[in-house]
Ligand binder design. Structure first.
Ligand code: BTN
Length: 306
């Protein structure tokens, strides 16, 4: 009912009487009034007058009903410890491919290498449940496709030159804009699900907590519509996953990277190595040329551009 009322208010774009709403929806005016009250409590700016109801401007809510065609796939929460945990539970229970868990803020947002991911209001924090029919050894390709699609989407939506840093960070002017964390489960060598968690600084200012991070609003000087960006990203990714051969994922990712050719520092649990990032191989590993000319294959770690 809430969705239908919102739809009518949006279509009307003007004042609509309670009587008109109740006759269009076949419910009493009291029922309409109760739903309007709930919508107002959810944050919708609906003004009420003796003539009826009107909805002001477009909002940037991330409620499931604001994703037409995807309502059943979107799981929205005002706050969660981490979308990763909620998504893992849903994936294990059989939630379909391209389900997405969104939180307006996270209390225990996780980053790679046991780091914390600060998740204040204004950013986009979500985990996608993907079920590509691929062997587990190829699961990493999904991360590469996802980060290229995210870079493409940010470029299209904002005009900013988003670049990817190995393995899956998105940078703007060398500052971190987005990070990605993935979890995979497999059965008999085939992927059951790959959950991709994305933290994207949109209208929040992450620099207070992470001095080397940035956000879209910071770079543009004004906030943007998060939901449009997210819908564009989900649409593009769905199309890519439906039509593309994942084998070219690393190749596509290379178009957007600024890591290759750079002097980098790699930090792993085993220690720190410095060298020149010469390429990314077909397994997604970073090929690092050390000072003595030998090339080392780096499978996992934090990469810092020097
Ligand atoms: C990183 O760069 O270290 C990865 C950051 C991933 C953060 C996202 S926010 C949504 C999802 N939920 C989490 O707890 N983490 C990921």
């Amino acid at each position: 009912m809430k969705t239908k009322i919102l739809q009518i208010l949006k279509q009307t774009g003007n004042i609509i009487s309670g009587e008109e709403l109740s006759s269009q929806l076949g419910v009493s005016r009291v029922t309409i009034w109760k739903h309007i009250k709930t919508l107002q409590e959810l944050g919708y700016e609906i003004s009420t007058s003796s003539k009826g109801y009107s909805l002001s401007d477009d909002n940037d809510f991330l409620y499931s009903w604001e994703f037409p065609g995807r309502e059943a796939l979107v799981h929205y929460y005002d706050s969660l410890p981490s979308t990763m945990d909620a998504a893992r539970k849903l994936a294990r229970k059989g939630s379909p491919d391209q389900s997405v868990v969104i939180a307006q803020s996270q209390k225990k947002g996780r980053g790679r290498m046991q780091r914390k991911w600060f998740s204040k209001q204004g950013g986009l924090y979500f985990t996608l449940i993907l079920r590509p029919p691929i062997p587990a050894v190829s699961g990493f390709l999904v991360n590469f496709i996802t980060s290229s699609v995210l870079a493409e989407t940010i470029r299209e939506e904002t005009g900013l030159k988003a670049m990817v840093k190995w393995p899956n960070d998105i940078l703007l002017n060398d500052r971190k804009l987005s990070g990605m964390l993935s979890e995979m489960e497999a059965e008999e060598e085939m992927v059951t699900f790959v959950n991709i968690g994305i933290g994207l600084n949109v209208n929040n200012d992450p620099a207070q907590d992470e001095p080397t991070a940035t956000s879209i609003a910071r770079e543009l000087g004004h906030p943007i519509h998060r939901r449009s960006l997210l819908i564009n990203f989900l649409d593009r990714l769905a199309a890519k996953l439906a039509n593309d051969n994942l084998e070219s994922a690393v190749q596509q990712w290379k178009q957007y990277t600024m890591t290759i050719g750079r002097q980098v520092k790699i930090v792993t649990t085993k220690g720190t190595t410095e060298g020149k990032a010469v390429d990314i191989d077909e397994s997604g590993a970073l090929l690092l040329e050390l000072q003595d000319g030998t090339v080392e294959k780096v499978i996992y770690g934090d990469c810092f551009h020097l």
